[in-house]
Design a protein around this ligand. Structure first.
Ligand code: ZN
Length: 175
């Protein structure tokens, strides 16, 4: 099946996704369907809640082929890095957001093997962005109150006018 990417306002984006207990054929199928949805949207990552699936997993590709992480967890983070971030679920908007620059992430691959990854800059940013989706957090939640208000106003306007979708390279199209 082909997935539709949910946008801000859809309640599924605001719930905490559930741990994957068993990496079975159904999970493999979800990943197989999410990966083309990510490429079609020209994103570099896509978390399951963004296609309406309440499971803790995401797919990503920063130029080295499609990867998947199941039940990911960030166990350590370091330093700070400011970067202009976009989101496939908040098309048309992007924001400069400060986050840790380096993270250590653990999780499982699709075969159930444990993975442990050290990531820096773009990949670290992607991991944190996707983890946010699994916890029901969106980009706008990282903004200061006034900035957030302005962003929500702008968002409502773009929704009403159906402006062209965001330029995915304006900053970064993190899904
Ligand atoms: Zn996103």
């Amino acid at each position: 099946m082909s997935y539709r990417i949910r946008v801000m306002g859809d309640p599924v984006l605001r719930q905490r996704a559930k741990e994957v207990d068993n990496i079975d054929g159904r999970i493999v199928q979800i990943v197989e369907d999410m990966t083309p949805a990510m490429y079609e949207a020209e994103g570099i990552g896509l978390a399951a809640p963004q296609v309406g699936i309440q499971k803790r997993l995401f797919v990503y590709d920063i130029g080295e082929g499609a990867q998947v992480l199941v039940n990911p967890e960030i166990i350590e983070s370091r330093d700070e890095w400011s970067f202009v971030e976009g989101c496939l679920s908040v098309p048309g908007l992007s924001f400069e957001i400060v986050r840790p620059k380096e993270v250590h992430l653990v999780g499982r691959d699709l075969d159930g093997n444990e993975v442990s990854l050290e990531a820096d800059e773009l990949l670290a940013r992607l991991f944190q962005h996707e983890l946010d989706h699994l916890d029901g957090v969106l980009l706008v939640d990282h903004l200061e109150r006034d900035e957030r208000k302005a962003a929500m106003r702008l968002w409502r306007e773009t929704q009403n006018q159906s402006l062209p979708a965001t330029d995915p390279l304006n900053g970064l199209s993190l899904p």
